[in-house]
Design a protein around this ligand. Sequence first.
Ligand code: HEC
Length: 100
Amino acid sequence: MTRTVTFSSLLLLFLASSLDAADGSQLYAECAKCHGTRGEKTEFSRAIGGWSRGEIKQALKEYRAGKRNLRGQGSIMRQRIAAFSDAQIDAVAAYVSSLK
Ligand code: HEC
C-alpha cells in the first residue's frame, strides 16, 4: 500500500514536471516572435536565452507590475505578460533558461 502510494506520487511529480516544461515551450511560442526561438538578441531586446530561471522570473514579474522599463518599451512586455499567472511565469522562465 505505502509502496503504491509512493509510486503514484512519484509518477504525479514526474507528470507535473514534464507538463511544466511542455507548458513553458508552448507559452514561449508567442514570445519567440520578438525574442527569437533561441532567446537570442533581437531588435527588441538583448539575448534572454540561458539567463537563470530566477532572473527571468524577476524580470517578468517586474513587467507585469509595470515596474520595468529598460528601453522605454516596458509597456509592450507588460501587455504580453499581464494575463500570466505566477505558475505560467515560472514555466516560461524555466523554458527560457534552458535555451542556448
Ligand atoms: C511584441 C514583442 C514582444 C513579445 C511578444 C515579447 N517581448 Fe519580451 N521584450 C520586448 C521588448 C521591446 C523588451 C524590452 C522592454 C523594455 O524596454 O524594458 C522585452 C524585454 C524582455 C525581457 C527583459 C530583457 C532585458 O534586457 O532585461 C525578458 C526576460 C522578456 N522580454 C521575456 C519575454 C517573454 C518570456 C515573452 C513571452 C511571454 C516575451 N518577452 C514576449 C518585446 C517582446
